[in-house]
Design a protein around this ligand. Structure first.
Ligand code: HEM
Ligand code: 2DC
Length: 469
């Protein structure tokens, strides 16, 4: 017989005890490890209440399948109150990230066509390929300047610039010039604001932003400053394209970028376009750059694998005869490496949905309306789901085992990551260019763990040594 909701294990009945455990484990920065701990303690399903939200947590692919079948036509994830509060406070529209219901659906359908349909993929490739080239040139310069024929560095700042340059080229059809010697202070400020925005969001998952706002808390002020910086910079970029387009209407000769395409399509209001383009610009920096950093870290620790992937790339380069779109279809191991990076170092600790109908998970009855979270980080490190989970093995995505509800780093279904195609193409092209030119090494083999700052980040700088081939 199916067991009742109230019998699901977990500390949900005692939120004080739970808060205590949370505090003792320095929960804020450790959510991912607390989730692993909870699955070990309670098994594959548990209920919890932290701060003001309650959820049921699951880890198994079979359960993920049941969850996503019950997500309904307007899939809804956990609402990040800090983000909606800011928009309410400043009277700004929600973009696709924060909208729900019919409003979300109608915007998302228009955006899908311009941002993730296979039709536009080909438009992005030359834009992103160009940025990849420039990054390589910049690294050669840095190596030359070091005077040692190698460069040992924490690449994160360079990667942030690469990611912002890439997403901007796709969104605006124009280069910002972030890979030049002189760095525009506005662009650097934008990058810093995104990091600060994420960092100040996580405490507000547990303390209602409305309360912080009315008590004049520093965290809320910093959060507002961060979003102000993000919106100001995005507004400047958007305005400039908008004005250009009015002066010289597009001649249809070359692909003008996502923003101009949306403006010409004229299916969304300017305010809706601005809101979503700002989210795309802000969502396109830390996510891909950190994933690339983790990938280089793993490849530096696995030199033979690095060589194998390089060989695959060189072969694909020759076989594709200069057709980059074609080339991207010939690098399965490289794509496996990116999936493997996101398995061990996901950007999002969990995926969440409010279910729209009653379901049964692990033989417990779950009523419609419940918030169900799939622990992505915990799932990626569970030996029952991924044999030898501690090993970085891209080939597991190429051959063997079933991938049924195991490849979920970008989420699932109609509410999955809108930036997914941009992110994948950008990351694949980066690795292609960089591995064709350089070898990556790690001087000291130390394990780097993740820390939670809304997205998962390396807890300390990752130092890599880069050498020309
Ligand atoms: C949503 C992951 C890069 C923009 C999401 C979600 C995940 C995710 C897990 C939630 C999906 C769900 O609930 O099913 C990632 C990862 C990235 C990445 C792993 C890179 C490694 C990007 C980039 C952009 C972006 C580059 C922008 C260009 C968005 C937006 C949403 C979203 C706008 C909200 C979509 C909606 O609610 O309809 N992402 N993301 N992401 N992401 Fe990404
Ligand atoms: C954080 O408990 C942990 O892609 C919370 O590009 C649940 C939660 C809800 C929404 C998730 C968030 C987590 C992590 C960051 C995500 C976000 C949805 C979109 C966002 C996964 C798992 C992200 C990084 C977007 C951000 C775009 C924004 C900057 C405009």
């Amino acid at each position: 017989a199916v067991r009742p909701f109230n019998e699901i294990p977990g500390q949900w009945k005692n939120s004080v005890a739970n808060l205590y455990t949370f505090w003792r484990m320095d929960g804020l920065r450790n959510i991912h490890r607390i989730m692993v701990h909870n699955f070990n303690m309670y098994g594959p399903i548990y209920r919890e209440k932290v701060g003001y939200y309650e959820s049921v947590n699951i880890i198994k692919p079979e359960d993920a399948a049941v969850l996503f079948k019950a997500e309904g036509h307007y899939p809804k994830r956990l609402r990040v109150e800090a983000w909606t509060s800011y928009r309410d406070y400043r009277n700004r529209k929600y973009g696709v990230l924060l909208k729900d219901g019919e409003d979300w659906k109608s915007n998302r359908i228009v955006l899908n066509k311009e941002v993730i349909s296979p039709k536009v993929q080909g438009n992005f490739v030359p834009l992103l390929d160009e940025v990849g080239h420039d990054f390589v040139a910049r690294v050669y310069k840095k190596i030359e300047r070091s005077g040692q024929n190698e460069w040992t560095t924490d690449l994160s700042h360079e990667l942030f610039k690469y990611a912002l340059e890439s997403v901007s080229h796709v969104l605006y059809g124009e280069r910002l010039g972030l890979l030049l010697d002189y760095i525009d202070p506005d662009a650097q400020h934008f990058i810093d604001c995104i990091t600060l925005m994420f960092k100040t969001t996580s405490p507000m998952l547990y303390l209602p932003p409305a309360l912080l706002r009315h008590t004049g808390a520093k965290i809320w002020k910093d959060h507002v400053d961060a979003w102000d910086g993000i919106f100001n910079q995005a507004d400047r970029c958007i305005q400039s394209i908008y004005r250009q387009l009015r002066k010289n209407p597009d001649d249809g000769e070359k692909y003008p970028g996502v923003l101009a395409s949306l403006l010409m399509l004229d299916k969304l209001s300017i305010e809706d376009i601005k809101a979503s383009v700002t989210e795309l610009m802000a969502g396109g920096v830390d996510t891909t750059s950190i994933t690339l950093l983790w990938t280089l870290y793993e490849l530096a620790r696995h030199p033979d694998l690095q060589e194998e992937i390089r060989a695959e790339i060189l072969a694909a380069r020759i076989a594709s005869k200069g057709d980059v779109v074609q080339m991207l279809k010939m690098v399965p191991l490289l794509k496996g490496a990116l999936k493997e990076t996101l398995r061990l170092h996901p950007v999002a600790v969990s995926l969440q949905r409010y279910i729209t109908e009653d379901i049964v998970l692990q033989n417990y009855h779950i009523p419609a309306g419940t918030l169900v979270q799939l622990g992505l980080y915990a799932m990626g490190r569970d030996h029952r789901i991924f044999p030898h989970p501690e090993q970085y093995r891209p080939s597991r995505w190429v051959r063997s085992q079933s991938h049924y509800f195991r490849s979920l780093s970008f989420g699932f279904g109609p509410r999955q990551c809108l930036g997914r195609r941009i992110a994948e193409t950008e990351m694949q092209l980066f690795l292609i260019h960089i591995l064709e030119n350089f070898r990556f090494e790690k001087k000291r083999q130390v394990e780097v763990r993740s820390t939670f700052e809304l997205i998962l980040l390396p807890e300390k700088p990752i130092m890599l040594t880069i050498k020309p081939l």
